[in-house]
Write a protein that binds this ligand. Structure first.
Ligand code: 3Y8
Ligand code: NAP
Length: 250
């Protein structure tokens, strides 16, 4: 009996959901519930945490899940660690749909940093205009450098006051395009970009725009994860599922 849990929240997860639906495979799409109105999916959707690795293991058993696909964002490290632990405990096969990290090309002025505090340290002392394209959850450390004007791009309007004194806020959900990001960065006179090395196509536009505008990018490395079975494309995951004992749909 095939029943797949798809841990989503990325462009690739949405593409995989479409492929699973088209293949007639039974699957459930899972969101954390971080945003007010996540994009609709062609699969049944569940929203919210599972209650740690233990809660996830109980969910997998209770729902009769036969396969887990972790297609979460590379920075959703806690979810990925929990999926590894819960699948180990329950013996349920796991594959991660993991986008390759971005690598700089000719004309790129990138500085790789290990984490958010290192990104703050990498910003200059002299006041700059920084496109802080890292969402909402990791803004607080940048309060250490209030002298910069920060352009923030958030999915939902902030409910709480922002921890930074000089900000411009754009409310937008990607995927984004290079022309739009180039125009946005020009309009705001951006001098520096801070981004996560998310990989994938849905977040890459700002890097293409930075190259066009010849701007420096401070790129935060993704958190390290324990070794796990992984695929880099939707097609690889579909092949794994067809070999991993799933009964194909109609
Ligand atoms: C809730 C689901 C799809 C998925 C689209 C991808 C692309 C657009 C680019 C910038 C960077 C950022 C952020 C980003 C991108 C895709 C993808 C991606 C980056 C949604 C979504 C959910 C989230 C959660 C949200 C975080 C935030 C991060 C914004 C939906 C739109 C900055 C990551 O307000 C908050 O609390 C937002 C939190 C986690 C990071 C942060 O720390 O703030 N994503 N993003 C998912 C859930 O509840 O499970 O609302 O529709 C999904 C997408 N966001 O199906 O088309 O595949 O990466 N998401 C980063 O990469 O730095 C924006 O602005 O350039
Ligand atoms: P995280 O820090 O790794 O996870 C924190 C907790 O949130 C998890 O332990 C789990 O709660 C819950 N959770 C996370 N993803 C979930 C999912 N898909 N379904 C159900 N519960 C989930 O996660 P995050 O970085 O906040 O990311 C949350 C979501 O946003 C994920 O779907 C991710 O793909 C998406 N996203 C994140 C980023 C980013 O920059 N972090 C970017 C784009 C999209 P319990 O422990 O209670 O189970």
């Amino acid at each position: 009996m095939t029943r797949i849990l798809l841990l989503g929240g990325t462009t690739e997860a949405s593409r995989l959901a479409r492929a699973l639906c088209n293949a007639g495979l039974e699957a459930v799409f899972s969101y954390a519930g971080r945003t007010d109105a996540p994009v609709a999916q062609p699969l049944p959707v569940r929203v919210g945490g599972f209650g740690g690795a233990e809660g996830l293991a109980a969910y997998l058993r209770g729902e009769g899940i036969s396969h887990v696909v972790d297609a979460t964002h590379p920075f959703a490290a806690q979810m990925s660690r929990n999926a590894i632990a819960a699948c180990k405990e329950t013996g349920i096969p796991l594959i991660a749909l993991e986008r390759p990290a971005w690598t700089p090309g000719p004309g790129d002025d990138w500085q790789a940093v290990a984490d958010t505090p290192s990104a703050v340290a990498a910003l200059p002392q002299a006041p700059a205009r920084v496109f802080l394209a890292i969402g909402k959850q990791t803004l607080a450390p940048f309060a250490a450098k209030p002298q910069h004007h920060y352009l923030l791009r958030l999915v939902d309007p902030p409910e709480m006051p922002l921890p930074l004194p000089q900000t411009s806020v754009v409310i937008a959900r990607g995927p984004f395009d290079a022309a739009g990001d180039t125009a946005l960065m020009r309009a705001h006179g951006i001098t520096h970009i801070v981004a996560k090395n998310a990989g994938g196509a849905g977040a890459e536009a700002k890097l293409t725009a930075a190259r066009a505008l010849r701007l420096p990018v401070i790129l935060i490395d993704r958190p390290a994860l324990p070794p796990r079975n992984r695929a880099a494309t939707v097609e690889e995951v579909m092949r794994w599922l067809s070999h991993a004992g799933t009964e194909r749909g109609v």
